[in-house]
Design a protein around this ligand. Structure first.
Ligand SMILES: Nc1ncnc2c1ncn2[C@@H]1O[C@H](COP(=O)(O)OP(=O)(O)O)[C@@H](O)[C@H]1O
Ligand SMILES: [Mg+2]
Length: 211
């Protein structure tokens, strides 16, 4: 079972959007996938409740679910949607259980400042230092050709983690959140542009092997 942790200390950076989309992509690839909602706000759980039954299925787990129970079901992947403010021992524990960490970063000065502290703590954590957890940064709500993107890129260059892709600012993500869907559930005519932007990240995720 491979575990992908989606985290950033900042609320509203795009954690739930990334976590739900990663599960949507994996489910579409006929993988057995669980969505572990570690956020007491339960946004990921509510998204899953809105998901139409006809779409590829994703198993939901509440914050207090055990890893043993997930393993027993025979999941191929677990994606953890974490709460804002993850730090200290809770961050280290979450990293110890993860094979990969995906960090969404939005192009606002508040997001960048909070992210700098968070990435510092991530870089210091033993599972990351020892190479057990691969870390990817994702620029959220940003068009790669804009000045905001360039500023965000410059800021993220200071860290040793790769900036894997940019996801544009589009209502498509807002509609997907409302409807329990991911862009991977949409017909080609509506999803193609976003599939393209996701490809570097899905490729990066596909290379993550379980520890
Ligand atoms: N690329 C995007 N384009 C437009 N809206 C987005 C995008 N990513 C996220 N959002 C919206 O931004 C809000 C915050 O994102 P969310 O994933 O809930 O953040 P977090 O889980 O980190 O608090 C949500 O309403 C979500 O639909
Ligand atoms: Mg969230």
């Amino acid at each position: 079972m491979r575990t992908i942790l989606v985290a950033n200390a900042k609320g509203g950076s795009g954690k739930t959007t990334l976590a739900t989309h990663i599960t949507g992509w994996l489910a579409g690839k006929r993988q057995r996938v669980g969505l572990h909602d570690a956020d007491p706000q339960r946004s990921a759980t509510q998204w899953l409740q809105r998901r139409p039954a006809l779409f590829p299925s994703i198993a939901g787990f509440p914050a207090d679910a055990s890893r043993k129970e997930m393993k027993e079901i025979g999941l191929d992947w677990v994606v953890v949607d974490s709460a804002a403010g993850l730090r200290g021992d809770a961050l280290r524990d979450a990293l110890r259980r993860a094979d990969a960490l995906v960090v969404p970063v939005a192009p606002s000065i508040f997001d960048m400042t909070a992210t700098a502290d968070f990435l510092g703590a991530v870089a210091d954590a033993k599972p990351v230092r020892e190479g057990g957890v691969a870390v990817a940064l994702v620029a959220m709500r940003v068009d790669a050709r804009t000045r905001a993107a360039a500023e965000l890129d410059r800021f993220l260059e200071a860290f040793s983690f790769p900036l894997v892709t940019h996801l544009r600012d589009t209502q498509v993500y807002v509609y997907c959140a409302r409807d329990g869907l991911s862009v991977f559930d949409l017909p080609r005519s509506r999803g193609e542009q976003d599939w393209e932007q996701w490809r570097p990240l899905t490729r990066w995720l596909a290379q993550r092997n379980p520890r």
